[in-house]
Write a protein that binds this ligand. Structure first.
Ligand SMILES: [Zn+2]
Length: 313
């Protein structure tokens, strides 16, 4: 394992041995640890002393935080994410993201690169702490903004387009894919133009799935009529913190089922080779790679891959 994540886990375990919540954080600059900390909520009776805050408080800084990477065993909350934004930390590597309400989207929207290693040891460490200290954990959760807790659970799907959706779905594609893939703003028009055309049609052989979390769009997929015989799957998108929970798989499967019921004999989609997780979803749904083309697109060299599935079998 990454030595810095290992160091963050050591901090978490140290906190656990003190009777605290096992969350640890490390600040790294030029390959060197310059700060370490652990959650001290229990030890200090201080609700602001999260692992990241403890780490930042004790960091030995040479010239500000701009060249540092923060490692945390758990995805930062809004309090800590606010501190990362405030001090211009550009990269955060976390052990897991599922044990407590977190602020991943907030960090991404402020240009922070977030890497979720999704480590079983980090998940198990928190799981064990929560199950052994359930009353205390629930008391901590009661201290939080209730909207954050609701945001974790209320996922819904709808098929109708509402005012603002075309723009918002385009915006999400822009902020979630383009910076990560080094594409420029022309990617927006690649999404927006056909999406706007789709919004004008009322075709019963076409459908969009809009994922909402706490009333805000957090994902999408659609089936478009390419021809009488061919359906095209488009605009598969999911907020990063909703990935890995089977939701993407469900969206692809529902889209394929719809295309089959609508009477298409095949379904295809275009994706890029730099999105391996999406490719895995398509393949497990039954898509096969059909065609590959590398060309300049969206101010970058892009290898596009066409996947196809026969629906008559
Ligand atoms: Zn925090």
């Amino acid at each position: 394992m990454d030595i810095f994540m290992q160091a963050a886990i050591s901090e978490a375990l140290e906190g656990l041995s003190e009777g605290g919540v096992p969350i640890g954080a490390i600040l790294v600059e030029n390959g060197r640890i310059i700060g370490r900390g652990r959650n001290r909520r229990v030890q200090d009776q201080d609700q602001l002393m999260h692992a990241e805050m403890d780490c930042l408080r004790h960091a030995r800084l040479t010239g500000g935080y701009h060249n540092t990477t923060l490692y945390s065993t758990l995805m930062p909350c809004y309090l800590c994410a606010g501190a990362l934004v405030q001090f211009g930390i550009k990269k955060v590597i976390v052990g897991e993201a599922n044990s407590a309400p977190a602020a991943m989207q907030f960090m991404l929207s402020h240009g922070i690169e977030v890497v979720d290693l999704d480590l079983p040891e980090c998940r198990e460490m928190m799981h064990r702490y929560i199950s052994e200290n359930r009353n205390q954990w629930e008391q901590f959760l009661r201290e939080l903004n209730p909207d954050l807790l609701q945001a974790e659970t209320s996922i819904s799907l709808r098929h109708d387009l509402r005012p603002g959706d075309v723009g918002y779905i385009t915006y999400l594609h822009g902020i979630l894919y383009a910076p990560q893939q080094a594409w420029d703003h022309t990617f927006d028009s690649y999404v927006a133009i056909p999406l706007a055309e789709f919004a004008k049609r009322r075709n019963h052989r076409e459908r969009i799935w809009i994922v909402e979390r706490a009333g805000q769009i957090a994902g999408s997929v659609a089936i478009i009529e390419f021809s009488q015989e061919e359906a095209q799957l488009r605009w598969l998108l999911l907020q990063p913190d909703l990935r890995g929970q089977g939701l993407g798989r469900r969206l692809v499967q529902e889209a394929v089922d719809f295309a089959r019921e609508a009477g298409y004999s095949s379904i295809f989609l275009w994706t890029v080779d730099s999105l391996p997780v999406a490719a895995g979803l398509y393949k497990s749904a039954g898509f096969r790679e059909k065609e590959k083309v590398t060309h300049e697109l969206w101010a970058s060299m892009v290898t596009e891959i066409k996947y196809e599935m026969d629906l008559t079998i």
